[in-house]
Ligand binder design. Structure first.
Ligand SMILES: [Zn+2]
Length: 123
């Protein structure tokens, strides 16, 4: 068995993942707080006017954004849980090694560049 990532590289990626986890949680929190403030302001305004269509649209955009962050956060959490597993850093599709340079940019990556682009084309 070859060791794909050294203990030092894993430690570095783990630190990177933890940082992202913190940033994403904070982002989601700010997002939620911001939304309740905006909604309150609109509620005050909508006593005179009907802002319902605009409000529904904003809410949709908000929800899409939060969902993206939530999914990202889940992916980071999963990567953190398996950062010391043997198969961390191996492509889930072809089993090939994901280069450390790619993991540094995207430590939660599950696929090598080749499989990732194949997947995106397949969509
Ligand atoms: Zn692959």
């Amino acid at each position: 068995m070859t060791i794909h990532l050294t203990a030092g590289q894993r430690a570095l990626l783990k630190a990177e993942l933890e940082l992202r986890q913190q940033q994403l949680s904070r982002q989601l929190e700010v997002h939620r707080e911001g939304r309740s403030r905006i909604e309150h302001a609109r509620d005050v305004l909508s006593q005179d006017f009907d802002y319902a269509p605009q409000r529904a649209m904003d809410r949709e955009v908000d929800m899409a954004l939060s969902e993206f962050d939530t999914q990202d956060l889940a992916a980071v959490g999963r990567a953190l849980a398996r950062v010391h597993d043997e198969d961390y850093g191996l492509c889930v599709d072809c089993g090939g090694e994901i280069p450390f340079d790619r993991l540094k940019v995207e430590p939660q990556a599950l696929r090598c560049v080749v499989c990732e682009s194949k997947r995106e084309q397949g969509r």
